[in-house]
Design a protein around this ligand. Structure first.
Ligand code: HSE
Length: 310
């Protein structure tokens, strides 16, 4: 091992993207967590410092999303070596922007780099998913995969995992509003129940197909028509204050589509030009401000790279 220290930035991500619950997501390039690993002289992983989490995250490496995947990776390689870890959270915890996925991906990506890349990116996915599982109490890759690979990702299957990197139109802009409340993914998943109405399922898979067709053929109108969710959004939307009002002004601004980002409370829109993306941001934030809800807005293109070494 040549290097002893590495610092990386890991992007936030939007998952579900309307109809694609647990199977679709894309990375964004305006918010990233920063993770630093330094080789230590012990045979264990030590979390030295966490910032930006308001004291919410654990320093126990066996329970922290960032380090769990690292522990699995080291065990797999039968390596008895240790690292000091610094986690700088910039992606809000419980924001719906793939905060836990960024930690999980960041840990294993940085470790793999320091070890001179024993694994290909694709092989890192399972280790990162171990970390994500700790946070959401479920195995899903719709934040982890776009965060790791960048781009717009479809998870065609989980058994075994089959990742498809989708093409997308050049002028796709994402606007995000993050009302400053917290929604825990694990709790929000419990609300969803176990059965899906057959008619709704038909509508949903029609929209998944439509969204993919729209992305691959640069058909902005079809992308917009397909960002619909008749299964999860009706349940989760109720927990996001003024969700319907925010959505209404977004569509009025001319966005192609608008829906919940991951399990919320962040809300995303897609637009075919930057001007509309900016207007939508302003209008959506006005709704929050008028109702005394503090919010943050982001405007981003789709991030194509995933983690970056700093
Ligand atoms: N697909 C997951 C969910 C993403 O909606 O529960 C969580 O961020």
């Amino acid at each position: 091992m040549e290097k002893n220290k590495i610092k990386i930035a890991v992007p936030a991500s939007v998952s579900n993207v309307g109809p694609g619950f647990d199977i679709m997501g894309f990375a964004i390039d305006v918010i990233s967590d920063v993770i630093t690993l330094t080789r230590n002289n012990h045979e264990e992983i030590v979390i030295k410092k966490i910032t930006g989490d308001n004291g919410k995250l654990t320093y126990d490496p066996n329970k922290n999303t960032c380090t769990v995947g690292m522990i699995h990776l080291l065990k797999y390689l039968k390596l008895n070596i240790g690292f000091d870890v610094i986690i700088e959270k910039k992606i809000g915890i419980g924001s719906g922007l793939g905060s836990s996925a960024a930690s999980a991906v960041g840990g294993v990506f940085a470790l793999n780099e320091l070890l001179d890349k024993p694994f290909k990116k694709k092989e890192l996915l399972n280790f990162a998913m171990e970390g994500e599982k700790i946070a959401s109490k479920a195995t899903h890759a719709d934040n982890v995969a776009p965060c790791l690979f960048g781009g717009f990702i479809l998870i065609r299957d989980y058994n075994p995992i089959d990742i498809v990197n989708l093409p997308f139109p050049k002028n796709l802009y994402c606007t995000i509003i993050h009302p400053q409340i917290e929604i825990e993914t694990a709790a929000s998943r419990k609300l969803l129940g176990k059965k899906v109405d057959f008619k709704k399922a038909i509508t949903q898979w029609g929209n998944v197909g439509g969204l993919i067709a729209g992305l691959t053929t640069n058909n902005y109108n079809l992308i917009g028509r397909s960002i619909k969710d008749v299964i999860v959004e009706p349940i989760r939307g109720k927990f996001i204050p003024f969700y319907e009002d925010i959505k209404k002004v977004a569509y009025k601004s001319g966005v192609l589509g608008c829906n919940i980002s991951g399990s919320g409370p962040a809300i995303f829109t897609l637009s075919d030009n930057k001007k509309i993306a900016i207007i939508a941001a302003r209008k959506m934030q006005e709704v929050c401000t008028q109702n005394k809800i503090v919010s943050k807005i982001y405007i981003s293109k789709i991030d194509k790279q995933g983690p970056k070494v700093l």
